[in-house]
Ligand binder design. Structure first.
Ligand code: P1T
Length: 400
C-alpha cells in the first residue's frame, strides 16, 4: 500500500460497534469490565485508548515501523525515548537541534546523571570520535532545526550499529512523507506531531516509531508508567491532519523551493539555507536520502540583527510565531524564540546567530508569500540604505 492510502486507511477501519466511518473520539478515562480480569483490551485510558491506538497504527505504517507510541508532545516523546537510558549513560547528539530538545538534555537530564556531547555530524567520523565507553545512544535531527543541515543517516546509523548503540532520528522537519529513517538504518524515529503530521497548528503531540520488539515493550511500559499520553481529541485531530500529509507536503516543498530561490536572488539577503538549493553543502545527500526538500527555509539578511528585527515585525501573511509545519506560513527568530534556551556563545558558535531568520513556508499561494517577504525586506533594509539594492533585486527577480 502506498503512502497516501496508508495515511487515510491504516488503523482507521469503520468502528465495529456503530459503523462510524471516521475513528470516534473515545472520550473516556476508564472502561467497564465484564468481570474481574475480563475486558475488551482497554482498562484505563492512560494505558490505552482506541483513538490513540488508531493514530499509533497509522503513524507506524507511515514510518514503515512495526510499532508506534503516541505522546502528549514532541518533547514527551523525546523524554520517553530517554527513559531507555540510565544514570551514567552518555549520548552523542547532533549540534543543531530544537532548543527545547537541547534544554531537556543539557538542563534537565544531566541532573539525572546522563551526559551529552553535541557534535557536528556532517562528518560521521566525528560521531565515532565522540563515542565513550559509556555511550549508549546517538541522537540527531535531519534536516536540523534551525540551520537545515542534512546529516547522513545511513552512515551515522552504521557507526551506531557497529558500536552497539541506539540511533534515534527526530524526523519532524522532513515528515515521514519525505524521509523514513528506519529504512535508512536508524533504530527509533521521533516526531513532534504538532508540526507537519498534524499540519494545522491546532494540536500538540508526539510520536515514537520503531521496529525492535524489546525496546517497544520498554517504551510502552514507560508510556504508561510515566504517563505523558495524549488525550483522545488530540489524537483525533492528528489523525484528521495526517490524512492530507502527502498533498500538503508537496505544496510545502514547491512553495519553499520558490521562496528559497527568490531569496537567494534578493540583494538584501546574505545567505539562504535550503536543502533543495544546489549550493546547499549537503544538497547531494539530501537528494539521496529524502524524497523532497521540505517546507523550512532559513536565511540571514544584510544589516544583521536590526534589519532582521524589522523584517520579523513587518510581514503580514508570515505570522511571527514559534512552531512550524502548519498550512499557514510562519516567520521566526531562533535566537530569541525557539533556541533562546541555548547560551548565546554556543548559539553563535553553531551558526544560530542573532541575524538568522527561519521560515515555515505554508501552502498559501507562493506569489502572495513572495510579495509579503519582498515588502518586509524592503522595509527592513530601507532604513540602512539597502532600498536601492532591494529595487534592483526586484528588477532582477522580474527578469527571471
Ligand atoms: O513542541 P513539541 O511538540 O513538544 O515538539 C518538540 C520538538 C521536537 N523536535 C523538533 C525538531 C522540533 O522542532 C520541536 C518543536 N519545535 C518548535 C516548537 C519550533 O518552533 O521549532
Amino acid at each position: 500500500m502506498q503512502f497516501s492510502t496508508k495515511a487515510i486507511h491504516i488503523g482507521q477501519e469503520a468502528d465495529p460497534t456503530t459503523g462510524a466511518t471516521i475513528v470516534p473520539i473515545f472520550q473516556t478515562s476508564t472502561y467497564t469490565q465484564e468481570g474481574v480480569g475480563r475486558h475488551k483490551g482497554y482498562e484505563y485510558a492512560r494505558t490505552g485508548n482506541p483513538t490513540r491506538t488508531a493514530l499509533q497504527e497509522c503513524l507506524a505504517a507511515l514510518e514503515n515501523a512495526r510499532h508506534g507510541l503516541c505522546f502528549a508532545s514532541g518533547l514527551a516523546a523525546t523524554s520517553a525515548v530517554m527513559n531507555l537510558l540510565s544514570a551514567g549513560d552518555h549520548v552523542v547528539c547532533g549540534d543543531d537541534v530544537y532548543g527545547g530538545t537541547y534544554r531537556l538534555f543539557q538542563l534537565v537530564l544531566t541532573r539525572y546523571g546522563l551526559a551529552f556531547t553535541f557534535v557536528d555530524m556532517t562528518d560521521p567520523a566525528r560521531v565515532a570520535e565522540a563515542i565513550r565507553p559509556n555511550t549508549k545512544m546517538i541522537w540527531l535531527e535531519t534536516p536540523t532545526n534551525p540551520l537545515l543541515t542534512v546529516f547522513d543517516i545511513p552512515a551515522i546509523a552504521e557507526v551506531a550499529r557497529s558500536r552497539g548503540l541506539v540511533c534515534v532520528v527526530d524526523n519532524t522537519f522532513a515528515s515521514p512523507y519525505l524521509q523514513n529513517p528506519l529504512d535508512l538504518g536508524a533504530d527509533i524515529v521521533v516526531h513532534s506531531t504538532t508540526k507537519y503530521i498534524g499540519g494545522h497548528s491546532d494540536v500538540v503531540g508526539g510520536a515514537v516509531l520503531l521496529n525492535d520488539d524489546k525496546m517497544h515493550d520498554t517504551l510502552r511500559y514507560h508510556q504508561n508508567a510515566v504517563g505523558g499520553v495524549p488525550g483522545a481529541f488530540d489524537c483525533w485531530l492528528v489523525l484528521r491532519g495526517v490524512k492530507t500529509l502527502s498533498v500538503r507536503m508537496r505544496q510545502h516543498c514547491d512553495n519553499a523551493m520558490k521562496i528559497a530561490q527568490h531569496l537567494q536572488s534578493h540583494p538584501a539577503v546574505e545567505r539562504v539555507r535550503y536543502p533543495g538549493l544546489p549550493d546547499h553543502p549537503q544538497h547531494a545527500l539530501a537528494r539521496r536520502q529524502m524524497r523532497g526538500f521540505g517546507g523550512m527555509v532559513s536565511f540571514t539578511i544584510r544589516g544583521e540583527t536590526a534589519a532582521a528585527h524589522r523584517l520579523l515585525g513587518r510581514t503580514k501573511l508570515f505570522a511571527l510565531a514559534e512552531s512550524l509545519g502548519g498550512v499557514e506560513s510562519l516567520i521566526g527568530h531562533p535566537a530569541t524564540m525557539t533556541h533562546a534556551s541555548i547560551p548565546k556563545a554556543e548559539r553563535d558558535a553553531r551558526g544560530v546567530t542573532d541575524g538568522l531568520i527561519r521560515l515555515s513556508v505554508g501552502i498559501e499561494d507562493a506569489d502572495d508569500l513572495i510579495a509579503d517577504l519582498d515588502q518586509g525586506l524592503a522595509y527592513a533594509v530601507g532604513n540602512s540604505g539597502g532600498s536601492r539594492a532591494v529595487e534592483s533585486g526586484r528588477a532582477a527577480a522580474a527578469v527571471q
